[in-house]
Write a protein that binds this ligand. Structure first.
Ligand code: NAG
Ligand code: NAG
Ligand code: NAG
Ligand code: NAG
Ligand code: NAG
Ligand code: NAG
Length: 460
């Protein structure tokens, strides 16, 4: 009887504590906008890995699950996007324009609107132009510490001091600063003060998109290439979002153009990413509106960097080969009894670096293309930049030697194991390296940057 009572009580306690927890959990994060998971490439890394909100240095090594205890990590390549940054000059101009409209023309009476008009100030200045912010420094410092906890045999003080960890970055200041921050994360962790570690700047590798002539001409500088985005701006879904914003501000519909809606969305996203505040600007959107804004931006990424055009992913051939050459080198050094000279490679670039490579590898491919007319049927799409490409997004490839020539390659995206798409294997998240090579055979034998990126004779 007593036991029964105890059980009953314990059971009730469980229910109560569970519900209490559920109830208080939003209260734990009153500063997180309800729409924070729809911010595309302006989203925070913590929104993609929510456990980091509790402990920014938390890692769970058991996610790696190698097939046997014998497996040892022999090489790791991390391709990482820069950390949180300021808006670009173009975005800042639009934000200023929207702010003026709200100051001069909005007549609503809600408290959040009063807050924008009387307390909020336009603190973004054009000279901020995409620079890394302090949160971005922390993004990379914390990532470095977590990766050293996740891969202690590779990202170690000994390996760093021995010169077995290489750093390569895009020349953009936000990437160079991210690289410096990543290194500082490690040197501060190990209290290394007697030595500095250099990095190479390589834009052919980390900003290949700017050097691929065919991509630049046919897609990047070609307005027609993103016509689906323009068509979506005229669709009822998008129009409705703009009207709802105008209604909330009580301004004429024609004042809230697509650019102004986007500026409002950016204001909510940047205030959260940079200052960790749930800004009054976020009140201009409900969740349905945010999903439409998210789609509009995904549509652009799809046609400019993703599956929309073959050249988008092919522009990353140079990085693709670079990664596999390094893996091969590690394999052959290990096989011939030498120490692996490049145990770890940390490469820092852009969303525009990662997305074409992820696309080339086949990640996040839906059966249908994203178009201006299929917003509704794409609601469950896997091509979702909010999930894929927050600040400090990363693709990590880990090479394992499991003994007796059994080599395996594990991909992780944003520190979570993923499977190479289309590779049917029971150990899909840690397939044999040879199976990965077979799977990408055509790309390994072709995918030549020079050939792919030259203008064809007809268009030249
Ligand atoms: C760590 O990951 C394993 C495997 O995915 C999971 O079963 C376990 O619950 C995780 N532990 C924590 C503390 O999250
Ligand atoms: C917005 O406010 C400005 C300044 O008061 C005014 O000049 C302008 O006509 C207003 N625009 C509209 C559409 O009401
Ligand atoms: C980034 O680097 C530049 C130039 O080295 C420096 O002036 C700036 O303070 C750095 N910013 C951050 C946030 O570290
Ligand atoms: C950049 O990387 C590519 C590919 O690995 C290499 O061929 C090239 O020499 C590097 N450039 C510089 C400036 O280091
Ligand atoms: C621009 O894109 C459209 C649509 O893909 C294409 O038909 C056209 O040839 C492109 N223009 C150039 C200059 O490449
Ligand atoms: C090759 O990798 C295996 C597995 O990690 C390791 O035991 C061995 O020492 C490596 N060989 C060299 C020369 O590093």
């Amino acid at each position: 009887m007593l036991t029964f009572l105890w059980k009953l009580t314990a059971f009730h306690f469980l229910i109560i504590s569970c519900c209490l927890l559920n109830y208080v959990s939003p209260e734990d994060h009153p500063d997180i906008p309800a729409i924070a998971k729809y911010f595309n490439t302006k989203g925070t890394y913590e929104e993609v890995n929510p456990h980091l909100k509790e402990d920014i240095l938390a890692v769970n090594r058991s996610i790696l699950q190698p097939p046997s205890a014998q497996c040892q990590q022999i090489h790791l390549t991390a391709i990482i996007r820069h950390g949180t940054r300021y808006p670009t000059t173009k975005n800042i101009k639009e934000m200023q324009q929207l702010y003026n409209i709200v100051l001069q023309n909005a007549t609503g009476v809600e408290s959040w609107l009063r807050e924008i008009q009387t307390q909020w100030t336009m603190w973004y200045t054009e000279d901020m132009d995409g620079r890394l912010v302090q949160k971005g420094v922390n993004d990379h410092k914390h990532l470095a510490v977590r990766l050293s906890k996740l891969f202690p045999s590779l990202i170690s003080e000994e390996k760093l001091r021995g010169g077995f960890i290489k750093f390569i970055t895009s020349s953009k200041h936000r990437c160079v600063n991210s690289t410096l921050s990543f290194k500082a994360g490690l040197t501060e962790l190990w209290a290394i003060t007697d030595k500095e570690f250099d990095h190479a700047v390589n834009d052919s590798l980390m900003r290949f998109f700017a050097q691929c002539t065919r991509f630049v001409q046919e897609v990047d500088n070609n307005a027609t290439a993103v016509s689906e985005v323009d068509k979506f701006k005229q669709r009822p879904e998008m129009r409705r979002v703009q009207e709802k914003i105008a209604d909330r501000l009580r301004v004429l519909y024609r004042l809230i153009t697509h650019d102004m809606a986007e500026a409002a969305f950016y204001l909510c996203a940047y205030e959260f990413a940079i200052k960790a505040v749930n800004s009054p600007w976020c009140q201009l959107f409900d969740e349905d509106d945010a999903k439409v804004m998210e789609y509009s931006s995904d549509l652009r990424e799809f046609w400019k960097r993703g599956y929309g055009y073959d050249i988008n992913s092919k522009s990353s051939c140079i990085l693709f080969h670079d990664v596999f050459n390094r893996l091969n080198k590690a394999v052959s050094e290990n096989k011939s009894g030498q120490q692996v000279t490049e145990a770890v490679t940390v490469q820092v670039g852009h969303a525009d670096t990662l997305l074409p490579l992820l696309t080339l590898l086949g990640f996040f491919k839906d059966s249908e293309a994203l178009t201006s007319t299929n917003y509704a049927t794409q609601s469950q799409r896997s091509f979702r930049t909010s999930r894929m490409l927050p600040y400090a997004a990363n693709l990590i490839l880990v090479l394992y030697d499991c003994g007796g020539g059994d080599l395996r390659l594990q991909p992780l995206l944003n520190e979570k194991p993923v499977a190479f798409p289309g590779l049917t294997d029971q150990q899909a998240s840690m397939p044999l390296y040879q199976d990965v090579r077979d799977h990408y055979k055509e790309l390994l034998q072709g995918c030549d940057f020079e050939t792919e990126c030259q203008l064809s004779k007809s268009s030249a």
